[in-house]
Design a binder for this molecule. Structure first.
Ligand SMILES: [Zn+2]
Length: 246
């Protein structure tokens, strides 16, 4: 089903409830980055430009997130948030059951406010996600990313820090919690720069992590060298809903 037809049907359904008028029109050109390439069948939603697709998806989320915060009642909030996923390629469950073709890998914090599919307006089958407090890539996490690149041919890895990260705050304060948690914050502490603010430390940690991926994994390094993979770092601001690429 094409975007326009999907949007039309969705809006037709909303019209029955008198809601569609509240939804902004989405120009088809805006959805170009998220649309499957012509070479791929309906078995994949892989966009031509994964980084642009992530940025566009986050822009849709941030718009809805900010509008939701201004909404005065439940109906208004529902109308604003229902705009998400309109501008998106969906795969049927029968396809997803058999295979996956994620077009971006994300390393994010385990923080409950930083759900990647949510903040990038993505659906099942889109994102290959590794999460741990402080978005630290432990060996198992890097092995997962290697699987994503080697087997699933994921062309992009984004290491995503976020505002007010408790793990980075704990690392800065050298806050001991449990023996395993102490191990978790050690790699973050290694990335800290004296005198940095919390926000700077979070960004530095994400950037350092992105850089370390290729030094710790030959698979990832080779994929970057071959032009098959790009690795980026980003920062998610919870208040605005916006992700900035660092
Ligand atoms: Zn965090």
């Amino acid at each position: 089903m094409t975007l326009n037809r999907r949007s039309f049907l969705f809006r037709s359904g909303l019209n029955a409830f008198g809601l569609a008028a509240a939804l902004p029109f989405i120009h088809p050109a805006k959805a170009e980055a998220a649309a499957p390439s012509s070479k791929e069948s309906a078995r994949s939603c892989r966009p031509k430009d994964p980084l642009t697709a992530l940025i566009d998806g986050n822009a849709r989320f941030a718009d809805a997130w900010q509008a939701k915060n201004k909404a005065t009642d439940l109906n208004e909030r529902a109308q604003v948030m229902s705009n998400l996923w309109l501008d998106h390629c969906f795969l049927p469950a029968s396809v997803l059951e058999e295979s996956q073709s994620p077009w971006a890998s994300i390393i994010s914090c385990a923080d409950s406010r930083v759900a990647p599919e949510w903040i990038f307006d993505a659906a099942a089958g889109d994102l290959f996600v590794v999460r741990s407090a402080g978005n630290t890539p432990f060996d198992e996490g890097i092995a997962s990313l290697e699987f994503g690149v080697e087997v699933l041919k994921t062309p992009l890895i984004l290491v995503l820090g976020h505002s007010n990260c408790g793990a980075v705050r704990a690392a800065r304060a050298n806050h001991s919690l449990t023996p395993l948690f102490d191990q978790l914050i050690k790699p973050i502490q290694a990335n800290l720069v004296p005198g940095d603010t919390l926000m700077s430390a979070i960004k530095t940690n994400a950037q350092a992590t992105a850089e370390q991926l290729t030094t710790r994994s030959d698979v990832l390094a080779n994929a970057v060298q071959a032009g098959q993979l790009q690795i980026k770092a980003g920062y998610f601001d919870i208040a605005s809903g916006k992700v900035s690429i660092l």
